[in-house]
Design a protein around this ligand. Structure first.
Ligand code: CIR
Length: 252
């Protein structure tokens, strides 16, 4: 498994924020925590390749939002925030030797953080970043590869993946305050601890999980369900409204 990551921009203080109040971000601490995250990916078998960042793209560390990488194709997103649109250029170049590429184009918008893949079904959040046109373009792009797309309403959080992530092909971790559990009725469902609303965003590598250290009670629920867990502290990038999945693009 290759994990593409991207350096923390020196301009991260100018990041987009939607549901989070702006606080001072310690860039060095964010970088150190990001390295720990990369080490966690490596310890679970990934080869990490970090793309460079500069001060013109404050949010580029959140590389997940720039693409949806499937087995046969990569869909290059068109981020809903105009300040993030240029991030896709370097990511397209990095992915082009490995996948054929399809691009979401205007007037479509789509953030990778709104996309949860479970087997051959792709759940896409309709959010402040992803619009109906973007979802429609994704549906057309993936249909030839045997995927269907289901639209999910998201409320109260930035992306669908803030509310729900896949632990494996049968199991999801979700926060019922932000997404309807009915949508995932066919799956085994683990809910976050109610005092840890942002805990639903975990990285899964074949069921081995990377979980944020600020969510101990949700971690206990996952342990009780039998999932092996690596913990990382991602609290500094959380001030930029980023979580764990957003900091990598996994290329199987
Ligand atoms: C943004 O608002 O776009 C960034 N500050 C945070 C993006 C987080 N991405 C993600 O959850 N996939």
């Amino acid at each position: 498994m290759l994990a593409l990551t991207r350096d923390v921009s020196p301009a991260i203080a100018r990041c987009e924020l939607t549901h989070v109040v702006r606080e001072r971000i310690d860039v060095d601490l964010a970088r150190r925590q990001h390295e720990q995250y990369e080490h966690a990916l490596e310890s679970l078998g990934c080869v990490v390749r970090r793309l460079p960042a500069d001060d013109t793209m404050p949010d580029s560390v959140f590389i997940e939002d720039t693409a949806i990488v499937l087995r046969d194709v990569a869909v290059i997103a068109r981020p809903g925030a105009p300040s993030r649109r240029r991030e896709v250029v370097a990511v397209s170049l990095a992915l082009s030797p490995m996948r054929s590429l399809v691009f979401i184009v205007e007037p479509g918008t789509l953030d990778g953080g709104d996309v949860v893949v479970l087997g051959r079904t792709i759940y896409v959040g309709r959010s402040s970043r992803t619009n109906a046109d973007g979802i429609g373009q994704l549906r057309v792009a993936v249909y030839p590869y045997g995927y269907t797309v289901t639209t999910v309403d998201v409320a109260g959080c930035l992306h669908l993946k803030s509310a729900v992530t896949a632990l494996n092909d049968r199991t999801v971790l979700l926060n019922r305050a932000w997404v309807s559990t009915d949508v995932f009725a066919a799956f085994d469902r683990i809910e976050v601890d109610p005092g840890e609303p942002a805990a639903a965003n975990v990285v899964s590598l074949d069921g081995q999980l990377i979980v944020g250290s600020t969510f101990p009670r949700t971690r206990m629920r996952l342990e009780r369900a039998g999932f092996p867990i690596t913990t990382v502290d991602a609290s500094e990038l959380a001030k930029a409204e980023g979580a764990l999945t957003c900091c990598s693009l996994l290329v199987a």
